[in-house]
Design a protein around this ligand. Structure first.
Ligand SMILES: Nc1ncnc2c1ncn2[C@@H]1O[C@H](COP(=O)(O)OP(=O)(O)OP(=O)(O)O)[C@@H](O)[C@H]1O
Ligand SMILES: [Mg+2]
Length: 479
C-alpha cells in the first residue's frame, strides 16, 4: 500500500481557514503519470499497484493520515476585488514531511466541488492538467521555485467546457498553498486573530527568523523579485498574476494560461482573457509590486500604529523595484556569460533584447546559440539578423574586459540558457494527442524536459521554433 508521511499543520489552524471535506470520487480513474523521483524526495512510498495509485490520486481513496480540506482565500483578479474565493476545485489531502524535514502540501486539483466552487463544477479537464504537469516539472528542472506535479489521472468522466473533454486530476505538491489572497481574506473581515495566526504559521513555515509583518513582507518581496526575474530570464509569462495566484513561499503557482514565448516581444500576451495586457511579459515586475502592495495592505490590521505602519510599508514596497532590478541584472549578466549584477552588463542585455525584438528573434534559440562555440549562429534564430552583428562586437569586448575565457563563457551560459523549453505548440500537441488517447507525446516531452540544459539530436524537433503555421499564440485559463 502507498504510504504518505503526513503531518498536518494547516488543519490545526482555526476552522474558518478551511472546510474539511473529502474529494468527490470519480467513475473510472486511470493513472496517466506518477512522478517517482518526486515521491522519493517526499518520502512517499508508492508501491507498484497502479490501480491503487489511480484510486488515491483521483481522490477515490483517501490515504491514511490525510486530513482533507479546501482552503479559503480571496483575491484581486485582474485588479478587481473578489472577497470570497477558495479552493473551488482542489482538495488538500494534507502535508507530508520529507526525510530532510521539509514540509509540503499534497493537493488534488480537479477533485470535485467544494463550498468555494461558486458556479464551477469543481473539475479540471485533461488539457490544463497535462499543461500544469509539463510546465511545472520543467520549471523544477530549471531550478526555479515552483509547485510540482506528483501524479496525473484521467477520471473516466466528461467535463463540459466549450465542448466535452475528458476529465483529469492533478496531484500538486507545494511548500504551501498560502497566497496573498489568503491574507486578504482575513484582512477584509478585519479578523485580526486569524491574521495573526496566519502570520505566525507563514513565518514559521517559510521565513523563520523574520520579525513580524514587516519581516514577512520583506521576505516575500525578495522571493518574488527573484522569482519574476528568473521567469523573465526564460521568456516565461505567467499569464494570470492575480493576488490569489501569488504564493507567499515564492513558488510559481497556477499554470493556467502560462506560456514560454517563442519570438521575443516585450509586451507579449498569450492569455485569451488578458485583453489589456495587464499580465504581459514585461509587465510582470510591476504587477508583482502591485500584488506585494496588496499584501502590505492586508498586513496593516496587525500593526498597532496604522499611520506609522502605512509609512513604513510604503517605503518597503517602494523598495521592490530595486530588489527586482538587482535580481534581473544578475539573471541577464549570467545569460551573457558575464559576472555579477552589474548595470553595464544589464544595459548590454537590454540592448540585445531591443535588437531581438526588432529582428524577430526566437528567445530561447538565440540565447542558446550565443552560449555555443559560434555565437554568430544566433542569427539563424532571427527573422532579420541585421542588428545582431554590431551587438556581438560590443559583447565580445565586454567579455574580454572581464577576462572571461571561451570555456568559462560557454560553461556559464549553457547552464542558464536552456536548450529546451516547453514550447506552446508542443504542449498543445501533447494535449491534443492525449485527448485522442495517445499519451506518447506527453511522456516524451516530459522526459526530454527533465534534462533541459543539454543539446541532443533526438530532441531537435522539440527545440525548434514553430513554423508560422504551427505557432500557438493563445492560451486559455483552463478552468
Ligand atoms: N471548474 C471549477 N470549479 C470550481 N471552481 C473553480 C473552477 N475553476 C476555477 N475555480 C476557482 O476559481 C478561482 C480562480 O481560478 P484560477 O484559475 O485562478 O485557479 P485554479 O487554476 O483553479 O487553481 P490554483 O490557483 O489553485 O492553481 C479559484 O478559486 C478556483 O478554485
Ligand atoms: Mg488560481
Amino acid at each position: 500500500m502507498p504510504a504518505f508521511p503526513f503531518d498536518n499543520s494547516y488543519a490545526t489552524l482555526p476552522d474558518r481557514f478551511y472546510t474539511r471535506l473529502a474529494p468527490t470520487p470519480v467513475a473510472e480513474p486511470e493513472l496517466i503519470a506518477v512522478n517517482e523521483d518526486l515521491a522519493a524526495r517526499l518520502g512517499i512510498t508508492l508501491g507498484d499497484d497502479r490501480e491503487v495509485l489511480a484510486q488515491i490520486f483521483a481522490g477515490n481513496e483517501v490515504p491514511e493520515g490525510a486530513a482533507p480540506l479546501a482552503q479559503v482565500y480571496a483575491g484581486h483578479q485582474f485588479g478587481g476585488w473578489s472577497p470570497q474565493l477558495g479552493d473551488g476545485r482542489a482538495v488538500m489531502l494534507g502535508e507530508v514531511v520529507a526525510p530532510d524535514g521539509a514540509r509540503f502540501d499534497v493537493q488534488l486539483k480537479g477533485a470535485g466541488p467544494t463550498p468555494y466552487s461558486r458556479n464551477g463544477d469543481g473539475r479540471a479537464w485533461l488539457g490544463p492538467v497535462l499543461r500544469e504537469y509539463i510546465v511545472s516539472e520543467a520549471m523544477a528542472a530549471y531550478g526555479i521555485p515552483t509547485t510540482r506535479a506528483l501524479a496525473a489521472v484521467s477520471t473516466g468522466e466528461t467535463v463540459l467546457r466549450e465542448r466535452a473533454y475528458p476529465g483529469a486530476v492533478l496531484t500538486r505538491v507545494a511548500s504551501s498553498h498560502i497566497r496573498v489572497g489568503t491574507f486578504q481574506f482575513f484582512a477584509a473581515r478585519i479578523d485580526v486573530e486569524a491574521l495573526q495566526a496566519l502570520l505566525d504559521h507563514t513565518i514559521a513555515r517559510h521565513y523563520p527568523g523574520a520579525e513580524g509583518p514587516l519581516g514577512l513582507l520583506n521576505g516575500v518581496m525578495q522571493a518574488q523579485a527573484e522569482l519574476v526575474a528568473r521567469w523573465m530570464g526564460l521568456g516565461f509569462i505567467h499569464g494570470v498574476m492575480n493576488t490569489d495566484n501569488m504564493a507567499l513561499s515564492g513558488e510559481t503557482i497556477d499554470y493556467g494560461p502560462c506560456a514560454f514565448m517563442d519570438t521575443y516581444e516585450a509586451m507579449k500576451v498569450f492569455s485569451s482573457i488578458d485583453q489589456f495586457g495587464r499580465y504581459a511579459y514585461a509587465q510582470q515586475p510591476q504587477i508583482a509590486a502591485w500584488n506585494i502592495a496588496q499584501l502590505a495592505t492586508a498586513l496593516l490590521p496587525l500593526m498597532p500604529d496604522r499611520e506609522a505602519a502605512i509609512e513604513t510599508f510604503t517605503e518597503a514596497v517602494n523598495g521592490f523595484a530595486a530588489r527586482f532590478d538587482a535580481a534581473w541584472q544578475g539573471v541577464l549578466s549570467a545569460k551573457l556569460g558575464l559576472e555579477g549584477a552589474r548595470e553595464e552588463n544589464a544595459a548590454l542585455a537590454f540592448d540585445l533584447l531591443a535588437r531581438m525584438e526588432q529582428g524577430g528573434a526566437d528567445f530561447t534559440r538565440s540565447f542558446r546559440a550565443l552560449s555555443g562555440p559560434e555565437p554568430e549562429r544566433a542569427a539563424e534564430a532571427w527573422a532579420a539578423p541585421g542588428p545582431l552583428a554590431a551587438w556581438l562586437e560590443t559583447w565580445r569586448a565586454r567579455l574580454a574586459e572581464e577576462g572571461v575565457s571561451e570555456a568559462e563563457r560557454m560553461a556559464r551560459m549553457q547552464a542558464v540558457n536552456p536548450a529546451l523549453i516547453p514550447r506552446n505548440h508542443r504542449v498543445e500537441e501533447a494535449i491534443q494527442a492525449a485527448v485522442g488517447g495517445d499519451y506518447a507525446p506527453f511522456h516524451r516531452l516530459n522526459a526530454a524536459l527533465r534534462d533541459p540544459f543539454n543539446d541532443r539530436p533526438e530532441i531537435a524537433d522539440l527545440q525548434a521554433a514553430p513554423a508560422p503555421s504551427e505557432a500557438v499564440t493563445r492560451t486559455f485559463c483552463g478552468t
